[in-house]
Design a protein around this ligand. Structure first.
Ligand code: ATP
Ligand code: MN
Ligand code: MN
Length: 307
C-alpha cells in the first residue's frame, strides 16, 4: 500500500490486509516512528522474520499507548482477538490447557501492530512439534560494567563450543545490551534434554573462566561478568524474535548479523527499522540456517555435563 500523501492525516491504513487505526500516532518519540511506520516495517521484513518467528508459540510486549506509557507482556489469546492472529493450543507446565498466539503470515504481524505490539518473543519449538525444540539460544547478558567487545568475544567463545560439539551457530544483536547465539536444531530432543545441554554447556564455559562468566541467574555474582543465560531454553520460556523491534528508545531492532560483521559492531542496539529495511537488499546474514540444523544427542549432553 502507498504511504499517505505528505501532509495528509490518514484516518486509517490497510497493511497486509489488516486495518491499522491511528497510523499517524507516534509510538517512538526518538525517531518519530509511527504505528503506520511499524506496520509497514513488519510487512516488508515479514519474509525474513517469519522464517524464524512463524508457527511457534508467541508472546507479545504490548504498549497500546506507545512506548512512554505502560506496557504489558501477553502470552495467551485474549477476547475478541482478530482472526489474522493465529492460535495454538498447548498444555501449560501445570497441565492446564492454554491457547497461545502464533504468527501465521504477514497479516498476523499487522494484527499484532494493530494491538500495540512493540516486541515479539518466541518459543524454541514449532507448533507442530511443540515439545521438541528446533532452536537453541544462548542469551549473553553483560553486567552494565562490561563492554561490548567482551560480549562479542563471549559470542565467539559460545560459537566455538557449539561447533566443537557438531552444532552450528548464528549471531543476533538483541536491540538491547547483548547478543543471542542461536543454534538451529534438528528437532529430536525434548525441552528437558535441550535445557540440560544448554545448562551443561553454559556451566562448562563459566567454570573455565569464572572471572568473566556466570551461568546462574544471581545478580550478585554477575558483577563485572557476562551471564550466559541458558534458561531461555526451558519449556515455556521465550527469546526475542529475529527482526522484532524493542520497546526501548530509538526503536532498536533485534537484528541477525554475520559473524564477520559482528566483529566490527560496537553495540547491540545500532540497527533501527530503517537500517534493517536497507539490509534486506543485502544477502541474508542467516542464509543457511535451515541447512545447518543438527541434533543434540545423549553423548553431547553427557559431554557437557562431565567436568
Ligand atoms: P538484552 O540484550 O538487553 O539482554 P534480551 O531480549 O536478551 O535483551 P533479557 O532481559 O535478557 O532481554 O530477556 C530475556 C528474555 O526474557 C526476553 O527476550 C523475553 O523473551 C523474556 N521476557 C522478558 N520480559 C518478560 C516478561 N515480562 N515475561 C516473560 N518473559 C519475559
Ligand atoms: Mn539478554
Ligand atoms: Mn536474559
Amino acid at each position: 500500500p502507498a504511504a499517505p500523501q505528505a501532509g495528509s492525516k490518514a484516518a486509517s491504513l490497510v497493511v497486509s490486509g489488516v486495518r491499522i487505526s491511528h497510523p499517524d500516532r507516534v509510538v517512538y518519540r526518538a525517531g518519530a516512528v509511527t504505528k503506520g511506520d511499524l506496520a509497514r516495517y513488519y510487512e516488508r521484513v515479514a519474509g525474513r522474520m517469519l522464517a524464524h518467528a512463524g508457527h511457534r508459540p508467541l508472546s507479545l510486549k504490548r504498549c497500546p499507548s506507545g512506548m512512554a506509557r505502560p506496557c504489558f507482556f501477553q502470552k495467551h489469546v485474549g477476547e475478541g482477538f482478530p482472526a489474522e492472529m493465529g492460535t495454538v493450543d498447548l498444555l501449560e507446565h501445570d497441565g492446564e490447557p492454554a491457547r497461545y498466539m502464533t504468527l501465521l503470515d504477514p497479516s498476523s504481524l499487522a494484527a499484532a501492530v494493530q494491538m500495540g505490539a512493540l516486541e515479539f518473543h518466541i518459543w524454541g519449538s514449532r507448533n507442530e512439534a511443540v515439545e521438541i525444540p528446533d532452536r537453541l539460544v544462548f542469551d549473553l547478558d553483560p553486567d552494565p560494567s562490561v563492554g561490548f567487545a567482551a560480549v562479542r568475544d563471549a559470542a565467539e567463545l559460545v560459537r566455538g563450543a557449539l561447533e566443537a560439539l557438531g552444532l552450528n551457530a548464528f549471531a543476533m544483536v538483541t536491540g538491547g545490551k547483548g547478543i543471542h547465539v542461536v543454534a538451529p536444531l534438528a528437532p529430536t530432543a525434548d525441552f528437558e534434554d535441550v535445557a540440560r545441554f544448554a545448562k551443561g554447556l553454559a556451566g562448562r564455559i563459566a567454570a573455565s573462566d569464572p572471572d568473566h562468566f556466570v551461568a546462574t541467574m544471581s545478580k550478585a555474582k554477575r558483577r563485572g561478568r557476562i551471564f550466559i543465560d541458558w534458561l531461555r531454553n526451558e519449556r515455556g520460556q521465550t527469546a526475542v524474535a529475529p527482526y522484532s523491534t524493542r520497546a526501548r528508545d530509538g526503536a532498536p531492532v533485534a537484528t541477525p548479523v554475520s559473524w564477520t560483521e559482528l566483529a566490527d559492531l560496537h553495540g547491540a542496539n545500532g540497527f533501527g527499522p530503517g537500517d534493517v529495511l536497507d539490509r534486506l537488499a543485502e544477502p541474508d546474514p542467516w542464509a543457511g540456517f535451515e541447512k545447518a540444523r543438527a541434533p543434540i544427542d545423549r553423548a553431547m549432553i553427557e559431554a557437557v555435563e562431565r567436568r
